[in-house]
Design a protein around this ligand. Structure first.
Ligand SMILES: NC(=O)C1=CN([C@@H]2O[C@H](COP(=O)(O)OP(=O)(O)OC[C@H]3O[C@@H](n4cnc5c(N)ncnc54)[C@H](OP(=O)(O)O)[C@@H]3O)[C@@H](O)[C@H]2O)C=CC1
Ligand SMILES: O=C(O)CCC(=O)C(=O)O
Length: 479
């Protein structure tokens, strides 16, 4: 029997059954039933967050620290159970689900610490006898709109700093993955958050998300998802003169040079392009490889792909789980067809796979003979699909790597200090990796990109303060 998970509005669990959550590894498995908020519930949640802001923004660091630390501790204590449920609803593997859950616990722990490190500055004014204080305050009601591909880590890296810096929240998770979102809110609620400080509105983006965008009472919106929706968030936010932060797509390059260690390069490519079923905005979807290592690299990647275990996310042996749903699967297959039509050669995979259960299984696909002008090189596919672009040398590799509308992550595999150093300086990406996969980042340092990938201040680490606070400059004449 499935339990109905409700929305949390002004400290009360409310709502009737509206949507069902389906396991992408086995579409006969219903993970749960969830309330679906509409515009009215969104309005109530925003009003509750607005009413709760004055008291929460003045609560001391200890009150905030207590809630965040308790939340971190409970998530960590329940990591296997929550990680399994995450794998069941999103389709990433058990190891990835548990790893992401641990990351969420670490994020809450980090921002619990931040509550005790809040600081300001005091300087003498240019006018004698006057003092100037610079402090940071919470922005107000923040709207958090999250995607399906990191069902617990992305909510955690938005909710934890929002609370730590004294904001109140209206949180809208992706409809595909409500269980992880509900779990994190339930833990925070029981950890002692005052009513109205955190409100959960599960429901359709086009309905409840749009109601958030249209509200004059949301002071800031942090969004992660597609470029199209990101642009809507931006336009609506400008209309309401509110702060906004966007984390969108990527078309991340992994450069492999002739002098790379082949094993390292293959590890980076396979992990970066295909783990989490390629459903990461940080995925290495363009593999830019110099002439001298190209054939050995392609053969070794194909060999590794052939050995990968693709199957039910809840089977501990699985290394690549299913695609998240039918819509994403169709997008992946459409791009595989587009790549072939464009003249790239499908060197491995790309077929639907049958497993013991009805699920969205797709064999990882590797294209060779592609150019950077092809659509498969320019548009985010968001699945287990990557293409190799052959180049003659480092200079051409760098130029191809930077020739993209996106700029989230980039990577280089090389044993040359000169090339690694030059690439770190000249790559037009927000995050650059040397001899590491482009995906899989630390929780305590800034996350974000350039160009069409991101907009606004960075997320995570101490840099998160920039978005979730506003600066006040106060002058005092003491006589
Ligand atoms: N950068 C990243 O990390 C991600 C990138 N993507 C990219 O986006 C593509 C499509 O994925 P998709 O899930 O449709 O992405 P969306 O941008 O539609 O979804 C992201 C979030 O925005 C919400 N949303 C949708 N429409 C609106 C709206 N009008 N107003 C406010 N909020 C809204 C969604 O709600 P709901 O889903 O509940 O309707 C979800 O919570 C993927 O194939 C991939 O290329 C997707 C996810 C993450
Ligand atoms: O690669 C990571 O660790 C994070 C990726 C991410 O945030 C995303 O895909 O949305």
């Amino acid at each position: 029997m499935t339990v109905l998970r409700k929305n949390l509005i002004d400290g009360e669990w409310l709502g009737e059954a509206g949507s069902r959550n389906i396991n992408p590894s086995n579409t006969n498995d219903v993970v749960g039933e969830y309330a679906s908020a509409g515009p009215e519930e969104a309005k109530q949640a925003i009003a509750a967050a607005k009413a709760a802001f004055p008291a929460w923004s003045r609560s001391g660091p200890l009150a905030r620290h207590a809630v965040l630390k308790k939340t971190s501790d409970e998530i960590m204590a329940r990591k296997d159970e929550i990680g399994r449920s995450l794998a069941r609803e999103e389709g990433k593997t058990l190891a990835e689900g548990v790893g992401e859950t641990i990351r969420a616990a670490q994020l809450f722990d980090f921002f619990a610490g931040e509550t005790l490190r809040l600081s300001g500055e005091m300087v003498p004014s240019v006018r004698p006898g006057v003092g100037v204080e610079m402090t940071r305050e919470g922005v107000g009601v923040v709207g958090l709109i999250t995607p399906w591909n990191f069902p617990i880590a992305i909510p955690a890296w938005k909710i934890a700093p929002a609370l730590a810096y004294g904001n109140t929240i209206v949180f809208k998770p992706a409809e595909l993955v409500p269980e992880s979102a509900w779990t994190i809110v339930d833990i925070l609620h029981r950890a002692g958050l005052p009513k109205g400080v955190l409100n959960l509105v599960m429901g359709k983006g086009s309905v409840v998300g749009q109601a958030m965008l249209d509200s004059p009472d949301i002071n800031a919106i942090s969004f992660t998802g597609s470029v199209g929706t990101g642009k809507r968030v931006a336009a609506a936010s400008v209309e309401h003169m509110r702060k906004f932060q966007l984390e969108m797509g990527g078309k991340n390059p992994l450069v492999v040079l002739d002098d790379a260690d082949l094993g390292t390069a293959v590890d980076c490519a396979v992990n970066g392009a295909y783990f989490s079923t390629g459903q990461r905005c940080t995925a290495s979807s363009r593999l830019i490889v110099t002439d001298g290592i190209h054939d050995r690299f392609v053969d070794a990647v194909k060999e590794r792909l052939d050995k990968l275990v693709i199957g039910d996310a809840l089977d501990a042996k699985t290394q690549i789980g299913p695609v998240v749903d039918q819509t994403q699967l169709k997008q992946d297959e459409d791009y595989i067809a587009i790549g072939r039509q464009e003249g790239a050669e499908l060197a491995f995979g790309g077929d639907r796979l049958e497993r013991g259960t009805p699920g969205f299984y797709l064999q990882p696909a590797l294209f060779v003979g592609s150019t950077n002008a092809m659509r498969i090189s320019r548009e985010e596919i968001f699945g287990p699909v990557a293409n190799v672009i052959r180049v003659k040398d480092y200079d051409e590799a760098l130029s191809v790597a930077n020739d993209t509308p996106f700029g989230l992550t980039s990577g280089i595999c090389t044993t040359s200090l000169k090339h690694a150093t030059h690439f770190k300086r000249n790559s037009e990406a927000g995050m650059v990796m040397v001899n590491l996969p482009t995906a899989g980042v630390d929780f305590h340092v800034p996350f974000g990109g350039r160009k069409g990938s991101s907009y606004g201040p960075r997320e995570q680490g101490r840099y998160a303060m920039e978005f979730y606070t506003t600066v006040k400059t106060a002058y005092t004449f003491a006589g």
